[in-house]
Design a protein around this ligand. Structure first.
Ligand code: SF4
Ligand code: SF4
Ligand code: SF4
Length: 169
């Protein structure tokens, strides 16, 4: 089922948690432990073939910048990390999902399907609407949070937010 709305299983956490918890590389351990484990060596930045990892401000910890590209989940950063800060496992690399914001051109009644054209997993669909511009709908169950749809959006309307799949019945 496609939805751009937060349904009862999918609770997106943006707000305070997003603000205080930087976007670390995929398979990062929890933030408190990450800051203890990461030596800020920069090896993950050098290893990333997509060049999406940069140093965060003055503290120098690695963060992801989706304006530079997408994560292919190649795990090169994890393999390069000499510490326990990045720990590849069977778990998902992160809890990120793409969310379409208010500045979306389609929401301004301007035809645009750029984001869907970037999504290899076809997580973004535009369903034709009678007498109106088709609107993007993101299947949050399919979206991996790769970020490929972020930078190409001409309205910078895509946000990458953390999600937690919860039953909030
Ligand atoms: S998984 Fe690969 S593409 Fe993604 S941040 Fe790590 S090195 Fe870069
Ligand atoms: S490779 Fe590991 S220890 Fe080095 S900066 Fe990246 S996360 Fe930190
Ligand atoms: S983040 Fe990746 S998987 Fe999710 S909608 Fe965008 S391109 Fe598709």
């Amino acid at each position: 089922m496609f939805s751009t709305q937060i349904n009862r299983r999918q609770f997106l956490t943006a707000g305070r948690n997003q603000a205080v918890s930087p976007l670390r590389p995929p398979w990062s351990i929890n933030e408190a432990d990450f800051q203890d484990a990461c030596t800020r060596c920069g090896d993950c930045l050098s290893a990333c073939p997509e060049n999406i990892l940069i140093r965060e401000g003055v503290n120098g910890y690695p963060i992801v910048d989706f304006k530079r590209g997408e994560c292919t989940f190649c795990t090169d950063c994890v393999k390069a990390c000499p510490s326990t800060a990045l720990a590849e496992s069977d778990a998902r690399p992160w809890l990120l999902k793409a969310v379409v914001g208010k500045s979306c051109l389609a929401k301004q009644q301007v035809i645009c399907t750029t984001c869907a054209e970037q999504c290899e997993l076809r997580a973004i669909r535009f369903t034709p609407l009678a007498g109106a511009i088709a609107q993007p709908e993101i299947n949050l169950d399919v979206c991996t949070g790769c970020g490929a749809c972020d930078a190409p959006c001409p309205a910078q309307a895509i946000e990458m937010l953390r999600s937690e799949v919860r039953d909030v019945q």
